[in-house]
Write a protein that binds this ligand. Structure first.
Ligand code: F6R
Length: 365
């Protein structure tokens, strides 16, 4: 089943272009410039009345939910928030009946996410699932939902589930947006961006050799920081999670500008920072955050737009990625971060597919 790959994690990283094709197949409607989903079970009226969305999830799926907040806000203009399922299940937040709740989960069996879904249904809210495993508990108990169609994810570290979750959330935001203010022309542009994405990821995967060389330079780090802003703030959290769970190196993700409020005290010559800095609206801001780290002697690895000389002049090492609109950058930049964690974990002699203390699905509270 592994084919030519030494580990499931690597196989699943390389499967992402195809996983995205499968996640989007039959769902993009060029004619109406929108997306369609078979199993949402929402009437047109319900859809129009939605005025708030809550995502609930754990771990990597929670990070996808954070990307979802930005997507729903920007593309659909619907207020959205995400909450850890383990917190949501014990809270009693005021939620009105036009709020839609989504449980995001690869396995569909995560105990806290399942409990959050049940609690939400008990209160009478429409609760949908964004899920990979067909027929899983969460898929069965939700009022409706969207399957990722990413194929089986065997490696404990989630990879293709994250990128397909982000793509499904973008399609849902498009769908909600088109039932509101988004014009047909804007919808068409989003569809074209999404359709181009599988090939963009094929191109992105070519960074592997570069990432391998960089991993060799930093594999003995004890602490690594991951920094990004806006859509790439959750991207930074996800990069840090990948590294810590499979290499056991301490890593933290932060919104880049938040560093100066405390965490910058951690920076020294032995503490590399991974900056997510492809071109976009906050590029200059992230560059000045990068300068702040350099000024304190911290080594910088930058994930940047192909051929970006401004970044190359400051960063110690650069991983080039193709340019995409900002709302798709978390998907594209996930690839070098997954590869970096994988290569460093291998150099540390870790079992990347079965990291210590972890199970593929967490079915206990
Ligand atoms: C990280 C990872 C975990 C899961 C989390 C939720 O790589 O795999 O953080 O993302 O346990 O699992 P699901 O998505 O199955 O609910």
């Amino acid at each position: 089943e592994l084919g030519d790959f030494p580990h499931y994690m690597l196989k699943e990283i390389y499967e992402q272009p195809e996983a995205l094709e499968n996640a989007m197949r039959g769902r993009l409607d060029v004619g109406d410039a929108t997306a369609h989903f078979g199993g949402l079970n929402l009437s047109a009226q319900q859809l129009r009345q939605i005025d708030r969305v809550i995502f609930t999830a754990c771990g990597t799926s929670y990070h996808a939910g954070m990307v979802g907040e930005y997507l729903f806000e920007e593309l659909a203009r619907v207020p959205a928030e995400v909450e850890y399922a383990s917190e949501f299940r014990y809270r009693n937040p005021p939620i009105d009946r036009n709020t839609l709740i989504f449980a995001i989960t690869q396995s569909g069996e995560t105990a806290d996410t399942l409990a959050a879904l049940r609690e939400s249904k008990r209160m009478g809210h429409t609760t949908l699932a964004i899920c990979n495993v067909v027929g899983s508990s969460i898929a069965r108990e939700a009022d409706g939902g969207v399957y990722l169609h990413a194929g089986p994810e065997v490696g404990v570290a989630s990879t293709k589930a994250f990128t397909t979750q982000c793509a499904v959330l973008a399609m849902l935001a498009l769908y909600l947006g088109r039932s509101r203010h988004l014009s047909a022309a804007q919808g068409e542009k989003i569809i074209a961006d999404l359709q181009a994405l599988p090939d963009v990821l094929r191109e992105t995967l070519r960074c592997h050799d570069r990432v391998k060389a960089i991993a060799a330079k930093y594999a003995d780090a004890r602490n690594v920081l991951y920094l990004g802003r806006q859509y790439l703030y959750p991207g930074a959290l996800e990069g840090a999670l990948k590294l810590k769970e499979i290499s056991y190196i301490h890593a933290e993700g932060y919104p880049a500008a938040e560093m100066k409020h405390g965490p910058i005290a951690l920076v020294d010559e032995q503490t590399p920072s991974v900056f997510l800095v492809p071109r976009g609206a906050v590029f200059d801001k992230v560059m000045s955050n990068m300068q702040e780290i350099k000024a304190r002697g911290g080594p910088v690895i930058a994930v940047a737009s192909h051929g970006d000389r401004e970044v190359a002049a400051v960063a110690d090492d650069v991983i080039p990625v193709p340019d995409v609109p900002e709302y798709l950058q978390p998907i594209v930049t996930a690839i070098p971060l997954q590869l970096l964690a994988y290569e460093i974990a291998l150099l540390c002699g870790c079992d990347v597919d079965k990291p210590r203390n972890l199970a593929k699905s967490v079915t206990v509270e």
